[in-house]
Ligand binder design. Structure first.
Ligand code: LLP
Length: 420
């Protein structure tokens, strides 16, 4: 996905046709800003590459679950990938359909399973025998058969950050490759389950196609064995994980990625099966920025700091993964640049948004933290009793407030003092 939805026009950053200065003045900061055009372009890159093929795309809701964002995808007939009952409720509230939704996740509760069965989700991606047992029991108790796929751990190295790599033997995810055939047999023997597919998810922010091809090859080895045992594998779900450009990464283009995976599956003689994709970051990551205002400049003995009004509670990725997000002034200054760490007001040394950044900046200036559309707002918290940011969606020259800024009273509305 290009980042062109956010560009400087006459020295002022714009989101589509709207100046970021006007957004900050109208809605305050910190402020998440999404571009409908960027969301649409990324979706169309997936959908275009899948056109005419047996393939479907399920938006990973966890990456950005704002109702307006999900609604943009639902209007384009997207499928969804959820990991909780809460995400199912969001998909339905946003106009998505349960029958286009797959339910992933390693620890589904019985209540979540029941709600998803009643809603009629397309498939449960199951990760263990105890989970199969629970799903079988829940389905039986309401007289339904649950469609299932097993998430197999293909033991391939996705070459990404260890916290977001999921396809290695050492990860908590999926059924071990060597146990997969037996687990499929167990699933096939359960009366209230119907085996319909196989899936994997090898990690996130993956910038090469090769690990996907390795994973696909491993899954296809199993498909032959599973079918020899009498089950039918109608679909192969390759998960999500395609990376984006935060700095100078060069992930494959979405269309190239999709076609390469589909071509491999065809070439191996499995083109009659449907292929599912579960992208999150590559759909929404570069469709969002976080606007923040400079509070103070603080020169230090070893480092200079720009203290801004956004913090690790608003964007956790730098603190959690040492993730890089480009940071740029909303209004360009011609003054000489200095090197700063850009940090927030939270009382932790880990509260930083960017390190060693060359900026020409003054108190009161606005900065834009780029590539904040994925795992940004959704991972935000109220740490330090900080109300969560507002979210807006820009559509051409129109702006929609899609989540109001929280106020402090809301934060402790559910709490109580002890009785007198
Ligand atoms: N499917 C499954 C089963 C997943 O676990 C994930 C992400 C996805 C799809 C979507 O992956 P994506 O296309 O977005 O890479 N918070 C981390 C990323 C965690 C990803 C977890 N699983 C970050 O900020 O980098």
């Amino acid at each position: 996905m290009t980042r062109s939805a956010f560009a400087h026009v006459d020295g002022v950053l714009h989101a589509e046709r709207v100046s970021a200065v006007s957004l900050a003045e109208r809605f305050g900061t910190p402020l998440y800003v999404y571009s409908r055009a960027a969301l649409t372009d990324a979706w169309q890159a997936y959908a275009g590459a899948c056109a005419g093929r047996r393939a479907s795309v399920h938006v990973a809701v966890k990456a950005n679950s704002n109702l307006a964002v999900l609604n943009v995808f639902a209007r384009m007939n997207a499928g969804f990938d959820i990991v909780s009952g809460g995400e199912l409720a969001r998909v339905l509230a946003a106009g998505g359909k349960a029958e286009n939704t797959v339910f992933s996740g390693v620890g589904k509760s019985a209540a979540e399973m029941r709600d998803a069965l009643v809603a009629g989700v397309k498939c449960f991606n199951v990760e263990s025998i105890p989970e199969l047992d629970r799903l079988n029991e829940v389905a039986g108790s309401i007289g339904k058969r649950a469609p299932v796929s097993l998430r197999v751990n293909p033991d391939v190295d996705a070459k990404t950050h260890p916290y977001i790599s999921t396809g290695l033997k050492s990860n908590k995810f999926g059924v071990a490759f060597d146990d997969a055939r037996a687990t499929y047999r167990a699933a096939a023997a359960m009366r209230h389950l119907e085996v319909i597919g196989i899936d994997c998810h090898i990690g996130s922010q993956i910038t090469e196609v090769a690990p996907y091809l390795d994973a696909v090859d491993r899954l296809l080895e199993l498909v032959a064995q599973i079918e020899a045992d009498g089950a039918t594998v109608r679909h192969i779900d390759v998960g999500g994980g395609l990376g984006i450009t935060y700095d100078n990464e060069t992930p494959p283009d979405i269309g190239v990625f999709v076609r390469t995976v589909l071509d491999r599956i065809d070439a191996r003689g499995h083109g009659h099966r449907e292929v599912y994709f579960e992208p999150g970051r590559s759909l929404v990551g570069n469709a969002g920025i976080l606007l923040t205002r400079v509070e103070f400049l603080k020169p230090g003995a070893e480092k200079n700091f720009v203290i801004v009004d956004a913090a690790m509670n608003d964007l956790a990725r730098p603190a959690m993964y040492e993730a890089y997000h480009a940071i740029e002034p909303v209004v360009m200054r011609s003054a000489p640049q200095q090197v700063y760490d850009v940090v927030g007001p939270v009382c932790e040394s880990g509260d930083w948004l960017g390190r060693d950044r060359a900026l020409a900046v003054e108190p009161g200036d606005l900065l834009a933290v780029r590539s904040a559309g994925a795992y940004g707002f959704v991972m935000s918290s109220n740490y330090n009793t900080r109300p969560r940011a507002a979210e807006v969606m820009v559509d051409g020259d129109k702006v929609h407030l899609v989540r109001a800024r929280e106020d402090v009273q809301q934060l402790f509305a559910g709490e109580a003092r002890l009785p007198d």
